[in-house]
Design a protein around this ligand. Structure first.
Ligand SMILES: [Zn+2]
Length: 380
């Protein structure tokens, strides 16, 4: 019996009707399959118990379990028990948890999620059926961008970018990292490590943000708008809120650190080596900031594809004359599009192994499930 768990992140449909239809229509699928939505906020133990019950009811059938998730902790928990049986499905462009390799999904699907979606069908075929072919050039380009991100040691998170020509050949890659004299950015084995973590232990974007906020507080006290005795309480409140995902814009502190951004690093890498990027495509793991976006437009990049990020309205407002959200039907504006397809995490899982190796190691996860549920497997 095979088990596959599809962790659907916010915005991805968990409709039984949709998944039943897609799975039954998927080429090369094992049959029969039982599809069940099982989780609406339970703890891990309840989740394991429910999945276990679904498996018992399915008998010897292969099963797929659809699990709606609302935060990355649930996916981490699922992976800790069911390891390779867990597939994270992200909505294209979704920014539902902190950036980073560990939270990349296995596949990014189109927001519309229409029945018959080519991305969903291909993903299901790769997971449930025999492996069918390798990646698209877009998937490979985004994978290169994600791999480039791993080079970064930036304290606030890792971002990667890859510039490719029309055939998908890589022209340059870049990561967010501090530049070094002579060109390029520091490597871990350089004789002198000038990166933030090694040289300062903090990120300037964060420290300058905090200094600005202190300035505002002091000014409010000076002009008599803030009683000085409230200062400590406000500082404590802000420190608490800084840990939350949502911050006031003034506290974002973006683009004020020492690091060159990934998109800039890729452009500069091409410039150092005399490689033209005109009419090429840029792939990035995060939606570009407006500073990078204007550089990409000026460099002649003809298409920008990003994996994550949702704050497109301001880019549209500022750069709508030169950039258009979504595919463009003319050449007058640069399309800024969200990535759909097999995402960086799924890339190695689906294209890096033989079909036999893709199947779940049942012996491994059954031990964990048994420990969590407190019932031996021989009751099945
Ligand atoms: Zn940027």
């Amino acid at each position: 019996m095979g088990l596959e768990i599809f962790a659907c992140t916010p915005g991805v449909t968990t409709s039984n009707e949709f998944w039943s239809k897609e799975i039954l229509n998927s080429a090369g699928v094992h049959a029969p399959l039982t599809v069940e939505v099982v989780w609406r906020g339970q703890e891990l133990r309840d989740l394991c118990m429910t999945i276990r019950q679904v498996r018992i009811e399915a008998g010897d059938s292969d099963i797929v379990v659809i699990v709606p998730v609302r935060n990355s902790r649930v996916v981490t928990d699922l992976r800790s028990v069911y390891t390779n049986a867990v597939w994270q499905i992200d909505l294209a462009g979704q920014n539902w948890s902190s950036p980073g390799w560990r939270t990349f999904g296995d596949v990014a699907v189109d927001p519309a999620m229409e029945p018959g979606s080519p991305v969903v069908r291909r993903f299901l075929s790769l997971v449930l059926g025999p492996s069918t072919g390798g990646p698209t050039s877009t998937e490979q380009a985004m994978y290169f961008a994600a791999v480039a991100a791993l080079r970064s040691d930036a304290i606030r998170g890792h971002v990667g970018a890859a510039i490719c020509d029309a055939e998908g050949e890589v022209l340059a890659v870049g990561a967010n990292e501090v530049p070094k004299a002579g060109g390029g950015q520091y490597w871990v084995d350089d004789s002198r490590d000038g990166r933030d973590r090694a040289r300062f232990g903090f990120d300037f974007a964060t420290s300058e943000r905090n200094r600005d906020f202190e300035d505002v507080l002091e000014w409010l006290i000076e002009v008599g708008e803030l009683p000085e005795e409230r200062l400590a309480a406000i500082r404590a409140e802000v420190q608490q809120r800084l840990r939350s995902a949502r911050l006031p814009r003034v506290l974002h502190g973006k683009a004020r650190g020492r690091a060159v951004h990934a998109e800039e690093a890729a452009l500069l890498s091409a410039a150092r080596r005399g490689v033209s990027v005109r009419d090429s495509q840029l792939f990035t793991t995060q939606l570009p900031c407006h500073v990078c976006l204007r550089h990409l437009v000026a460099a002649g990049i003809s298409r920008i594809c990003y994996l994550r990020g949702s704050e497109t309205h301001e880019l549209d407002y500022r750069h709508g004359d030169a950039v258009t959200l979504g595919e463009s039907d003319t050449n007058s504006r640069v399309p800024l599009i969200t990535f759909t397809g097999i995402a960086p995490r799924g890339y190695t899982r689906l294209f890096g192994k033989t079909p036999d190796e893709q199947r779940t190691d049942e012996g491994f996860w059954k031990i964990f499930e048994e420990a969590i549920c407190g019932q031996p497997h021989d009751i099945m």
